[in-house]
Design a protein. Structure first.
Length: 690
């Protein structure tokens, strides 16, 4: 049973018992109705103590049920029964109370939470609005402004903050025990939240919430609907408000955005050690990071944040000082943003040693190399690591493109080499590509996955190829963007088209941030192996020749006068016109939807190639890579989820049309033809279950 009931004297206990996180599904809803009926049938019961598991009081409605039509008893009706029950219920919030779990607590007459637990209504992050009274009861309890903040952002608060807001009545280390012995008069005097007065209107707060949602949750439907509903609580009685809330919830949960957000939510939870990988991971309490540039410093800081001891290795005293400064800058920024305390900063500094002597890392059991992207440099770093670190240490490379097998071949034991591809800034970005070389041992791989878990990152397994999963897709995105640039559009138009799609910024603004020199060096690396029949567009090379390396030089694809916002640079258009002239291309205008169609189809075609070759294991792994590493809009569910919305047939038709312009770039992958023919989705075709 997912709900247990019992009584001790005059006190009834109702325990939600649906591990791991007490998601409230049909069984729990039925169990709660039974519990109400049980309580009302008891003689002399003074209260019900409602509690859950240590990990979760309740994590909300069971989102796995959202794909199917709702089945009675519905949660709002269940919660109304609890609120109306003759016997008062006290919520003993033993673990997180989120979504429907928080709404459940709101129908109790009194709420006591364990210090530190998270409480909130994160429904908008799943593309829905609270659907069991949250938008109507919460503002009645804590006022309109605070309710708007919580519900429209979906951000939970700690028990401490919840008490300040009046969301809970108190905190206790043992909330069940406290609720058990709480003075009965106090409980009886505490009103039913649904009976409280409507909150006072507050137009300023509503406008502020709308402005925030427009900037932070652009294109998303649920947050704006949530604001409408919370605002409705100022003018409507509870039953009417709840009816409108429920209608919005049911409509949204079957919509495309909610489906996409659910998909990513479950894909993220599913990103863990593959079942076939049973080896024990190696230890990683002391990690050596080689290279203290932006990337290496970010990686070192990510380790420090996770409580590990770090030796950051550089080449000489000067580079060591620079590396130290780079980490210090991150510590200072974290302090400024209130992410860490002074004590936390000191603790991190104490666990960091920056050195140019590899011997100082001689007891490190894991090393992550984040040195300059050159095969020779990597080989010499790995040779030094082999010499100084223990024989069984796992040695990882953070290379973005280079061949992990070639790096591994420099070692006596190549099986201890694995790719760990972090994304900048490494202490913030959640994606970690774990690259399996031909000889990588299961132990090294398992270490990568264990590390990802420890760092709270999303691990995705990748095979070896140029750019692995993410950068290989990115290369095709950029290639086609450059083609559109050559043939008629400006960086501004291309970027705008992608921002309208939902990216925070388009490909050119992104390159201006990362620096045009990085992609340039990569193109030079590929010169020797590039297919001579494939069109090579020189505009980016010419930008680099002009010293336009991006924001750091004041100009790249855009100019940044006075370090401020981007403005168009006419030189870029001139270069494009000139290059088009040399290539005998008659330029033409591309509409934003044509631009999007090309960039999306290029990425989808390449992603399917990556799946066909077994470089990525499943379509949802591609979704995780694109969302957590490359800014693909989460509410679109990732590249392959989006591809399934368009449908293989339509993608095939577009690729076949474009292949008439350039077969080398656009020829559709076989699996797209197969899916189009059989009507199979990419998610099914590449489910990863072989
Ligand atoms: N529905 C279904 N399954 C859920 C779930 C939910 N609401 N919340 C978590 N789970 C599942 C996860 O998928 C995972 O399953 P798995 O083991 O099979 O992969 C398992 O529970 C454990 O989850 P986590 O790995 O995320 O465990 P953590 O301890 O790291 O985190 C958590 C726990 C903080 C509760 C986190 O899971 C979470 O944020 N859950 C979602 C909370 C949420 O958004 N609730 C609102 C739901 S919508 C709603 O309530 C509508 C209502 O208003 C009508």
């Amino acid at each position: 049973m997912s709900v247990d009931v019992w009584r001790e004297g005059a006190v009834g206990f109702v325990k939600l018992n649906n591990p791991p996180v007490n998601a409230i599904g049909l069984d729990t809803r039925k169990g709660l109705i039974d519990a109400v009926e049980w309580a009302e049938a008891q003689d002399g019961l003074s209260r019900i103590v409602l509690h859950g598991l240590d990990r979760a009081f309740a994590a909300g409605a069971d989102a796995r049920e959202f794909d199917a039509p709702p089945v009675a008893p519905h949660l709002p009706d269940v919660l109304n029964r609890i609120e109306a029950c003759d016997v008062p219920w006290v919520a003993a919030i033993t673990g997180v109370a989120l979504g429907g779990g928080c709404e459940l607590a709101l129908t109790c007459r009194y709420r006591i939470a364990k210090p530190g637990v998270q409480i909130g209504l994160p429904e908008v992050t799943l593309g829905v609005v609270p659907g069991a009274g949250g938008t109507q009861r919460l503002p009645r309890l804590i006022g309109l402004k605070a309710a708007l903040d919580l519900i429209s952002t979906g951000k939970p608060v700690s028990a401490e903050r919840a008490e300040e807001l009046g969301l809970i009545d108190g905190r206790a280390d043992d909330p069940v025990e406290t609720a058990h012995h709480l003075d009965l008069g106090t409980i009886e005097l505490s009103p039913r939240v649904g009976n409280l007065e409507r909150p006072k209107p507050n137009e300023t707060a509503v406008e502020q919430a709308r402005t925030l949602v427009r900037s932070k949750s652009t294109n998303q439907i649920a947050p704006a609907r949530a604001i409408d509903l919370v605002t409705l609580s100022t003018t409507t009685d509870l039953p009417d408000g709840m009816a409108q809330e429920r209608a919005a919830f049911v409509e949204l949960r079957q919509g495309e955005q909610a489906r996409a957000l659910r998909h990513i939510f479950f894909a993220e939870r599913g990103a863990r050690v593959p079942r076939s990988l049973t080896a024990d991971p190696g230890a990683f309490d002391h990690v050596a990071v080689v290279g203290g540039g932006t990337m290496g410093a970010g990686i070192a800081y990510a380790f420090l944040n996770a409580g590990l001891r770090v030796t950051l290795l550089e080449t000489d005293a000067e580079a060591t000082a620079r590396a130290q400064d780079n980490v210090e800058r991150i510590i200072a920024a974290s302090l400024k943003r209130g992410l860490i305390s002074d004590g936390g900063a000191t603790d991190r500094r104490q666990r960091l040693d920056v050195s140019f002597d590899y011997a100082s890392a001689s007891d490190a059991t894991l090393a992550v190399e984040a040195a300059f992207e050159s095969m020779d440099v990597k080989k010499s770093v790995f040779t030094a690591l082999q010499k100084h670190l223990p024989k069984n240490a796992v040695l990882a490379t953070n290379t973005s493109y280079l061949d992990v097998n070639e790096i591994a071949a420099t070692l006596d034991d190549p099986s201890r080499v694995v790719g760990l591809h972090f994304f900048a800034p490494a202490h913030i970005m959640k994606l970690l590509e774990i690259v399996q070389g031909e000889r990588t041992s299961d132990r090294a791989l398992a270490t990568g996955f264990a590390l990802a878990k420890h760092l709270k990152k999303v691990p995705v397994l990748s095979g070896v190829c140029d750019g692995f999963i993410g950068n290989r897709i990115l290369a095709h995105y950029r290639e086609v963007a450059d083609t559109v640039l050559l043939e008629g559009s400006t960086p501004w138009e291309i970027d705008e088209a992608m921002v309208e799609f939902g990216y925070a910024m388009g490909p050119y603004e992104t390159q201006d941030l990362s620096g045009l020199d990085i992609a340039h060096a990569n193109r030079r690396r590929l010169d020797a192996t590039r297919d001579p029949n494939r069109r090579y567009i020189k505009i980016a090379d010419r930008m680099v020749e002009l010293g336009k390396l991006g924001k750091k030089t004041g100009a790249g694809w855009y100019r940044y006068p006075g370090g401020a916002g981007k403005v168009e640079d006419p030189i870029v258009a001139d270069l494009a016109i000139e290059e088009a002239h040399f290539a005998k291309i008659t330029r033409r205008e591309y509409s934003p939807s044509e631009i999007r169609e090309r960039l999306m189809c290029a990425m989808i075609n390449e992603a399917v190639g990556i799946l066909e070759e077994g470089i990525a294991a499943s379509a949802s792994d591609i979704d995780l890579v694109t969302v957590f590493g490359y800014g693909f809009p989460r509410w679109r569910g990732g590249l392959m989820h989006y591809a399934d919305q368009i449908g293989a047939k339509n993608i095939l038709a577009t690729l076949e049309k474009l292949a008439k312009e350039d077969a080398l770039v656009w020829s559709p992958r076989q699996a797209i033809r197969d899916c189009a023919q059989t009507g199979t989705s990419f998610a099914q075709h590449f489910s990863g279950k072989k």
